[in-house]
Design a binder for this molecule. Structure first.
Ligand SMILES: [Zn+2]
Length: 159
């Protein structure tokens, strides 16, 4: 089987006609880290807003879900199930956490940011399920799970 990523950041797989779909899925999943790293490199070369327009909401959600899936286990004891996600074009916020609804809204423009900065935003919103505001406890938990979160936040906001 053969895997490639086009300039439009779409992942294409070629396989023999008789290869079961389940095997193709398993192959793609086994390459998840490689795919995410390759996409990150391509994305970092392009401007954030221009990149975000290349994706529809479903594609944005799929990317954010892949990150949420990896962060959720840290909060499994607080949240019984993974929070729902939605995407939105926002001017002044990267993410919004609706604690009561167990729902996180993420800015489409994150699609143009490096993976580690998107991870920072997703973790930030998850931490709000434990600490709804930005008090000391919030920062303590961020630092525990992501020791370099302050640097990531600065890079995200262009400092
Ligand atoms: Zn916050």
């Amino acid at each position: 089987m053969n895997l490639r990523i086009g300039d439009d950041l779409r992942v294409a797989v070629s396989a023999n006609r008789r290869t079961p779909f389940a095997m193709i899925d398993a192959f793609v999943l086994s390459k998840e880290d490689w795919i995410l790293a390759a996409i990150e490199n391509l994305r970092a070369k392009a401007d954030g807003e221009a990149v975000s327009q290349q994706y529809d909401d479903e594609e944005c959600l799929a990317f954010f879900e892949s990150i949420s899936k990896r962060i959720f286990p840290l909060f499994a004891q607080v949240l019984n199930e993974k929070p729902s996600l939605s995407v939105k074009e926002m001017k002044s916020r990267w993410g919004v956490c609706h604690v009561d609804k167990k729902h996180i809204v993420l800015n489409r423009r994150l699609m143009g940011k490096p993976l580690d900065l998107v991870e920072y935003v997703v973790l930030h919103e998850y931490v709000h399920f434990v600490h709804p505001n930005h008090q000391q406890g919030f920062h303590a938990l961020m630092g525990l799970y992501m020791p370099d979160y302050r640097q990531r936040r600065k890079r995200l906001n262009g400092h």
